[in-house]
Design a protein around this ligand. Sequence first.
Ligand code: PHE
Length: 452
Amino acid sequence: MKERENFGSRMAVIMALAGSAIGLGNIWRFPYLVGQNGGAAFVIVYIIATLFISLPIFFAESVIGRRSGANCRGAMERLAPGTKWKWMGFLMVFTPLWIVSYYSVVGGWSLEYLVQALRLDFIHTTPENLSGLFERFISRPYAPVAYHLAFLATTVTIVALGVKSGIEKFSKICLPVLFVLVVVIAVFSTTLPGAQKGVAYLLKPDFSKVTLKTCLDALGQSFYSLSLGMGIIITYSSYVSKKENLLVSGVGTAVSDLLFALLAGLAIMPAVFAAGIEPGSGPGLIFDTLPYIFAQMGLQMPWLSSIAAILFFVTILFAALTSSVSLIEVGVAYLTEEKGLKRGWACVLLFFLCGAVGVLCSLSFGPLAGTKVFGLGLFDFADTFASNVLLTLGGLLVVLFVGWKMARPDVFDEFTNGGTKRANVFWFKFFYFMIRYVAPVGVAILFISNLL
Ligand code: PHE
């Protein structure tokens, strides 16, 4: 068998993991959640949820991945041969493929918005003309499908190039660019007249807004944002060399993810307030509200506004691409290692499979709007089922496996590199306790609350 590839350096590991973590969730959901739930107070709750629940799950996945050095399905066969845990392996392969099918529909929207920004469409229209734009935009039958397929084709092309020359290289270019762009936009946005209200909305601590629901929102967001429960951390960690420090790469990923989310908030919210709009969350925030702001700004400062629009949609596109790459890699690792497919063919197969499901999701905003599953359109069903069921179930199984099925010395050995990393020896006790007792309870509560 061909030798497995590894990431080339510690920086490469963090960039690939952070690339997966930093995605649409940081841009369209985090800023809104912060604003709605007490600003800095929410950020504190978010950090606690990350430390006590999300990071432990992250480390549990890292341990599984690096210990086994295999894809999700193969990992379970190596660590628990011949047991029912193999189903956890299958779930972890299935979930990301399910997600990438509709995630790339959104990726397609960002691609088309970028094209429009480059054609200066947003400034050549008046804000009034933009009302209902997003609705009209996504309900067209052909263009969104074509852009979805273009986005997915880009994703699989990067993955087909391999772990080092594809994923690693791409993340190393994208991540620094993402950070530079978001800082530039944040500076621009916070200096707009009337921007202070947005900064206050985001940062002013208000502990009276912190409720149980806030805590669950913080946990759900940090869970999704770190790309947990879907085999990505397992797969990426299987490419981490035995010399690397799992604690450092995990903390590095969580810190970059949070930092980016805060910067994204500073990029978006001040502009939203400067334009006198109520902030919202979800796709509407970036595909409805922002074009409106660009158009409004364009009335006075056409050039600045078009540059801002272009930079912004490049950011969205790159953030989405580094995430979709990580989703596809889980399936590719499985197909190449378990089914003996060549990397290129695995990519082609997944392109057609996920592409077809995505086409249905895309059409559910237009011609297939009448088709409902459990009362939801196909796209909404795919998203709800993944976020509320698949991910939390995956996260729960991961911590149960590492906390209760794997032998403690094995987990210790992997997390501390055989006891040689002194700081890790100290943190092991903390995280192991969290993995065994706190994280399962936390995720179980999240799971139940999602179903209610
Ligand atoms: N972590 C990404 C975000 O914050 C989302 C994501 C979900 C990425 C699923 C990959 C897989 O947006």
